[in-house]
Design a protein around this ligand. Structure first.
Ligand code: GRF
Length: 210
């Protein structure tokens, strides 16, 4: 086992990915510990999940700050106060300020419910609607590092699902979500083991062998 990394999560919604990460940590399946959960939505259910797991929480709603930069500075302060090694966006609806991204270079991950770069920029059920409109035969999820361009960072882990002829956005979303709940812990563990090497000026991630 590697030394445990300290994870800070940014969330906005129901927090099923957060729950999966917490469960993997608590079961000792990954060498990580979620030390702070921060939301830009005061009543996000994800915050309840964190509290139930005994994890520190903070809410920084947009309306409490004059600018996005000011809000993100408060987020940086909270992450630093908790000595976070890795930031995970787990259903976080918001664009990060350049300063936040620069404070954690190659140490911020996001999960997206498609096989990026397909359907970048879409979110929620809209991703699955777009995939079904195109008649894709496989879909899936992607964990990537966050860079300045939304949904364009280098890819860390992807998992596929078959698309069935009778899939609706809801049924496809549910099957992709099951894979998300495996993909995110897997990516965090690769990070914890120091196995992610950024190559080609940040264009791609090489996963090193054990
Ligand atoms: C997930 O589908 C994730 O890929 C996307 O937002 C959704 C969050 O779901 N970024 P949850 O809050 O983790 O349940």
């Amino acid at each position: 086992m590697a030394a445990k990394i300290r994870v800070g999560a940014l969330v906005s919604g129901r927090g099923s990915n957060l729950q999966s990460i917490i469960d993997h940590c608590q079961a000792g399946k990954i060498d990580a510990e979620v030390v702070i959960v921060i939301s830009n939505v005061e009543d996000a259910f994800a915050l309840e999940r964190a509290k139930a797991a005994g994890i520190a929480t903070a809410a920084f709603p947009r309306k409490a700050f004059a600018t996005r930069e000011a809000r993100d500075d408060a987020i940086i302060e909270a992450l630093q106060a908790h000595r976070v090694d890795l930031v995970v966006l787990a259903g976080y609806l918001g664009i990060l300020s350049p300063r936040l991204i620069e404070t954690y270079p190659w140490r911020i991950m996001n999960i997206h419910p498609s096989l990026l770069p397909a359907f970048a920029g879409a979110h929620g059920l809209g991703v699955h609607e777009a995939a079904l409109c195109k008649g894709v035969k496989v879909s899936g999820c992607t964990v990537q590092f966050v860079t300045a361009e939304v949904d364009a960072g280098p890819i860390i882990v992807q998992r596929c699902v078959r698309v069935e002829e009778d899939d609706t956005p809801e049924t496809l979303s549910a099957r992709v979500l099951e894979q998300e709940h495996q993909a995110y812990p897997e990516a965090i563990q690769l990070f914890a083991e120091g196995r992610l090497r950024i190559e080609d000026d940040g264009a791609r991630v090489r996963v090193l062998g054990k």
